[in-house]
Write a protein that binds this ligand. Structure first.
Ligand code: PSU
Ligand code: MN
Length: 306
C-alpha cells in the first residue's frame, strides 16, 4: 500500500511534471482562527495555481497521509477541534492509530520528500524559543531542515522566537539560510530582525540552482528561504516587542509548555494586536506562496530529481 494518498489534482501534476508546492496544515488548525484560516488556505492555493504550480496541502486524516486536500477536506480540517499537531516524533503514531492531525513544517517536509515535492511555502518556521537555555524548547523544524531535501520558503522565524539562537542552531546543523532580496534577516511581521542573514539571493533561479547543487554534492537537508513580508503589510519591530514580551510572560504564568507554546503565543498576539497580526500573517504567507511557485517552476525545468 502506498504510504500517502495524493489528491486527484496533485497526482496529475506529479505525473505531468508540473511544479508542485507543498503547504502545511498546522497553520490552518493551530496558527489562525476560523474562518480566516479557511479563507487563507483557499487563497494561498489559488495564488499558487495562478503562478502556474499545483498546491499540495498535507494532513493526516483518519490515519491516511494526504498530499493535497480536496476543498471539503480543507474545510473540515479548518473547522475541526482537537486536531493533533504532528511533527517528526508523532506522525507515524497518529497514522498507525487512525488519528487525524495537521502537519507542522517538519512533518510537511517529510511528506513532501516522500512525494517527490521539492518546494514548500509556509508563514514562519519553528525555532529556538526565548529562554531555551532553561526550557530546551527548540523546534524539530530546525533538525528537519538539516536532513530532508526540501526548500522551505518562510518569512523568517517569528519574533516570538530567539532569532540569533535560531540562526546559530541552523548554522550548526548546516542549513543554508537565504534572505530573499535583502541583506537582513526578516522577522516575520517585520522586514528586518536587525541582523544580517547568512546568505542572500535575489532571484528564484539562483535558489533553485542552489537546491540542485546541494543535492549534487550529496549534502543532506534542505534550504530555508527567508522572504521579507511585503512593505505595506509590515508591523514595526518596536510596536511588536512589548506585545511579544506580554504574550511570553502570559504563557509562563499559565504554565504553557511543549507543543502548546507556539499556538498559545500566536493566539495571544492576535488578541493583543486586535487582529493586525493576522492581516500581516496572511500577506506574508501569500507572498511566500508566490515565491515558492517560482522556485518550483525553475526546479521543474532543471536538474536531476532529488
Ligand atoms: N509559526 C507560525 N505559524 C505556525 C507555526 C509556526 O507563524 O502555525 C507552526 C508551524 O507548523 C511550525 C510549528 O512548524 O508551528 C512549530 O511548532 P513548535 O515550535 O512546537 O515546533
Ligand atoms: Mn517546541
Amino acid at each position: 500500500m502506498s504510504l500517502f494518498t495524493p489528491s486527484p489534482s496533485v497526482a496529475a501534476a506529479l505525473e505531468a511534471g508540473t511544479p508542485v508546492v507543498a503547504l502545511e496544515s498546522t497553520i490552518i488548525t493551530h496558527g489562525m482562527p476560523y474562518p480566516q484560516n479557511l479563507e487563507v488556505a483557499r487563497q494561498v492555493e489559488a495564488d499558487i495555481r495562478a503562478a502556474g504550480a499545483e498546491p499540495a496541502t498535507m494532513a493526516v486524516i483518519k490515519g491516511t497521509l494526504h498530499v493535497g486536500l480536496t476543498d471539503d477536506q480543507l474545510e473540515a480540517l479548518a473547522k475541526a477541534r482537537n486536531v493533533a499537531k504532528l511533527s517528526r516524533a508523532d506522525m507515524a503514531a497518529c497514522m498507525a492509530s487512525g488519528g487525524t492531525g495537521a502537519t507542522t513544517v517538519a512533518a510537511t517536509m517529510i511528506t513532501a520528500h516522500l512525494a517527490g515535492i521539492k518546494v514548500f511555502a509556509t508563514g514562519g518556521i519553528g525555532g529556538v524559543h526565548k529562554g531555551a537555555e532553561g526550557s530546551f524548547d527548540i523546534s524539530a523544524d530546525l533538525m528537519e531542515l538539516a536532513q530532508t531535501p526540501v526548500t522551505v520558503v518562510a518569512a523568517g522565524a517569528k519574533a516570538i522566537l530567539d532569532i540569533p539562537k535560531t540562526l546559530e542552531v541552523l548554522e550548526t546543523q548546516g542549513v543554508p539560510v537565504i534572505a530573499y532580496g535583502q541583506d537582513h534577516m526578516p522577522a516575520f511581521w517585520s522586514r528586518s530582525a536587525g541582523i544580517k542573514a547568512p546568505l542572500r539571493m535575489d532571484d528564484p533561479a539562483s535558489i533553485a540552482a542552489a537546491h540542485v547543487q546541494r543535492a549534487a554534492l550529496g549534502i543532506p537537508g534542505g534550504q530555508l528561504v527567508a522572504n521579507p513580508i511585503p512593505v505595506e503589510a509590515e508591523i514595526a519591530r518596536d510596536v511588536l516587542a512589548p506585545i511579544i514580551a506580554t504574550a511570553t510572560m502570559d504563557a509562563q504564568t499559565h504554565g504553557i509548555t511543549g507543543k502548546g507554546v507556539t499556538p498559545y503565543l500566536l493566539q495571544r498576539i492576535f488578541e493583543l494586536t486586535e487582529g493586525t497580526s493576522l492581516t500581516a500573517n496572511i500577506a506574508l504567507v501569500r507572498n511566500n506562496a508566490r515565491l515558492a511557485a517560482e522556485i518550483a517552476t525553475h526546479l521543474s525545468h532543471q536538474g536531476p530529481r532529488t
